[in-house]
Ligand binder design. Structure first.
Ligand code: MN
Length: 764
């Protein structure tokens, strides 16, 4: 209830009158407690009632009744659940911290720390803003509520509180009915289910459905009412039949039929796309017996009387559900051919099925002789974990532990999103969980509107806000110790890796150079134009700087890098040797070809006369020129072109101009090409040209000239054009034949920074 709402509903009444006004309802509760508990401290409970009545004096509920009636009712539900005396007292006081000026300390002084903590816990849960979210968020919200209730009794009292509020929801505004019902359906009913509290769960679901789909709810209830006489007849008939048969067998059992709860029928109708008439098993039966042995005995008898539906038998006694539920389930076909389900369980199992964790707790404390309502501080979870050795309880403890999520903390973003973080997480973890950019630019944080330091330990339900700045200095080294989540730490490390790149490159470079030296590899080998791309590929880096940076921050060791580089150098050497061999073979081939051609001509009496070392069929006196576009030399396959009035021009057969004309298919052009051959004896030198692609550097032309000079090649002209970091060199020279030009090309290519050497073959 909001403070404003309380003011509006406030009426003047003395505290004593407030106590008197609800005394009848309270005494009914007291009576119930006397019957249900062995040695209740009635004076303490009554004191709690009077304290609550006085604190809430004058506050009214929407239906006009005194506010404390809600507190008595919540306590009443706690008695039904079998909760202990502290819980009952806390239920009576559960709204005093939230709705009255009374503090935790005041409650603690009068009723003890346990009660004060329980009341405080319930208050905290009440304050959490639950906004409907997608399912993954709902699960986090449920976990958060569970985790916030360090003492399981907190959530049980909260369930009692919510149950009573749902029971009296008809007095609320329609929008509040809907929002509270949705919250109940999505959060509290699943929690009740998880704790095995079927009875509470069913009631919460049915009450919620009533407001979430009033039409659907009424439809089911009306149809059931209409069919009630028929259903009741069926149920009493079956009940009698089973009961009498069990009596014959000497088994003491309570058998009864019931209509399933509305929401389960509603869900089934949706799942099966059918109406109520289409659902057969509206009724379910229970047989409650004394011992586990009796359960199986009853099962045998039932299967004798009725035909069981195959595949429907489930043994939850041997394998309890995670929420501790135990029973035998079977579905059989009754007299009228109507199938119905039967659950068989012991009284203890029945208690657990109805009240779940609460029932279990009641049994445990009873067995151990711990008086219900013992003054000793009873941290429920811890005491359970301490007794974990009791083997028969292991499943239970395991499930409880799973449900308690001790290792996680759930907090809200300012938008209301739930973020789950490891226990002990700080605002740093939160910021990096939102986004690494948020973490890296974080300059401050606040929790629940108050500024906190970066080492603040987040608590369940905290609303965390992070202040960021574009000029933030970034994370500091000590954030690595403050962050609890490994993902935050990884992101912080990544930042250091990136931001300290220059430093890393320098360090890595030095380490790399030292390692190269140790292995006797020259840096120039690695930096070689042809080698470097292969090396980078082998070590998987885009650039040398990346590689240095990685070595610098320790992503890869210098030794490992150099070992890989050694592999590349080795492979390169092997390839070069192979290609050397290959080239040598080809050269030999070419020389042989030239000699062969010469021998052939020498052997065959040739009546052609050589002009400039060229034989032309049928012509012995014409002008012979060597084309400038492809500069053929002996050994090249050649072809002649009859020029207009200028004799014959000799081209290589791979000359682009020749190929172009032949491809054109123009007879006027094609017809002018004639067969020509090299003469047998050739002593002359021929001018040919080469193109070089080089990486421009001072002294390169000198290197080229020196190489040509060692080869005894007469250079006619050298021209160089620079383009960016590259240069193109055109070279004209005199050579004897194709073998010589090949050798020249090979030697030129071997010069450092000469990237490519080709024969000239320019299209004109
Ligand atoms: Mn309440």
């Amino acid at each position: 209830m909001t403070q404003a709402g309380l003011e509006a509903n406030k009426i003047t009444i003395t505290p004593e009158d407030a106590v008197r006004e609800c005394a009848p309802q309270y005494f009914a509760l007291e009576e119930k407690i006397r019957k249900a508990y062995p040695n209740p401290d009635i004076y303490r409970i009554r004191d709690a009632y009077e304290y609550a009545a006085k604190a809430h004096a004058g506050q009214r509920r929407k239906d006009g009744s005194p506010y404390v009636t809600h507190c008595i009712s919540a306590a009443d539900i706690c008695v039904d659940m079998g909760l202990d005396e502290d819980s009952i007292i806390a239920a009576l006081l559960h709204d005093v911290i939230e709705d009255t000026p009374i503090s935790h300390e005041t409650v603690a002084k009068r009723f003890g720390d346990t009660v004060a903590n329980l009341v405080e816990g319930v208050t905290k849960l009440t304050r959490v803003q639950l906004v409907s979210k997608e399912e993954s968020q709902m699960e986090s919200l449920r976990k958060m509520l569970m985790a916030m209730s360090k003492d399981i009794r907190v959530i049980l009292i909260k369930l009692a509180d919510r149950l009573h509020n749902m029971r009296t929801m008809q007095y609320q505004r329609e929008d509040k009915q809907r929002s509270k019902s949705l919250e109940t359906m999505e959060i509290y009913a699943p929690i009740a289910h998880r704790l095995g509290m079927q009875k509470v769960k069913w009631e919460l679901e049915d009450l919620s459905l009533q407001y979430l789909d009033p039409v659907g709810y009424r439809e089911i209830n009306d149809s059931i009412s209409a069919r009630m006489p028929e259903l009741e007849a069926f149920m009493s008939n079956m009940q009698e039949r089973i009961q009498s048969r069990l009596e014959e067998e000497g088994i003491h059992a309570t058998v009864y039929g019931r209509i399933k709860h509305t929401y389960s029928i509603y869900r089934k109708m949706y799942a099966q796309h059918t109406n109520l008439a289409g659902i057969f098993d509206l009724c379910a039966f229970r047989a409650i017996v004394d011992t586990v042995g009796d359960c199986y005995h009853v099962l045998g008898i039932i299967h004798e009387i009725f035909k069981p539906l195959p595949g429907r038998f489930k043994d939850y006694i041997a394998t309890p559900k995670p929420n501790m539920y135990q029973s035998l389930h079977t579905t059989v076909i009754g007299n009228e051919g109507i199938p119905f389900e039967l659950q068989i369980r012991t009284h203890e199992m029945h208690q657990v099925a109805e009240y779940g964790i609460a029932a279990h707790w009641k049994y445990k404390s009873g067995e151990k002789g711990v008086k219900v309502g013992d003054e000793e501080k009873f941290a429920w979870v811890r005491s359970l974990l301490e007794t974990q050795q009791e083997s028969d309880d292991q499943d239970f403890f395991h499930n409880l532990k799973v449900d308690m999520f001790d290792d996680e903390v759930y907090v809200f973003s300012p938008k209301g999103d739930v973020i789950s973080l490891p226990a002990g997480a700080t605002p740093i973890d939160f910021a990096y969980a939102i986004h690494s950019g948020v973490g890296n630019s974080m300059v401050g944080a606040s929790v629940n509107g108050r500024i906190v330091t970066f080492d603040y330990k987040l608590k369940n339900g905290d609303v965390v806000e992070v202040r960021t700045s574009k000029s933030a200095p970034g994370p500091s080294r000590d954030w690595l110790t403050l962050a609890k989540s490994s993902s935050a730490r990884t992101k912080i490390k990544q930042w250091f890796k990136k931001e300290k790149r220059e430093e890393n490159i320098m360090r890595g470079n030095a380490m790399f150079d030292a390692e190269l030296k140790r292995n006797g590899i020259a840096l120039s080998t690695v930096l070689d134009e042809k080698m470097l791309p292969q090396i980078l590929k082998r070590v998987s880096f885009e650039s040398l700087d990346d590689m240095y940076a990685a070595i610098g921050y320790g992503g890869i060791t210098a030794t490992r890098t150099v070992n890989r580089i050694k592999d590349v150098i080795q492979a390169q050497k092997a390839a070069a040797a192979a290609s050397e061999k290959n080239t040598a073979a080809k050269d030999k081939e070419l020389v042989e070809k030239i000699n062969e051609q010469a021998e052939k001509r020498a052997a065959q009496p040739d009546n052609r006369k050589a002009i400039n070392g060229i034989l032309v069929e049928g012509l012995d006196n014409c002008l012979i020129k060597f084309s400038k576009c492809c500069t053929p030399v002996p050994g090249d396959d050649i072809i002649g072109f009859i020029t207009r009035g200028a004799g014959i021009s000799v081209h290589r057969q791979d000359c682009p101009n020749y190929i172009k004309q032949m491809e054109s298919g123009n007879p006027a052009e094609v017809g002018r090409w004639i067969k020509v051959d090299w003469a047998a004896t050739l002593t002359e030198r021929y001018i040919t040209s080469l193109n070089l692609l080089v990486k421009d550097r001072i002294g390169l032309l000198m290197d080229v000239a020196a190489t040509l000079s060692t080869l005894n090649v007469n250079v006619v002209s050298i021209q160089s054009v620079t383009k960016g970091e590259h240069a193109y060199i055109s070279l004209s020279m005199e050579v004897k034949n194709a073998a010589e030009i090949k050798l020249v090309m090979k030697k030129l290519l071997a010069i450092k920074d000469v990237l490519d050497v080709t024969r000239t073959g320019k299209a004109q």
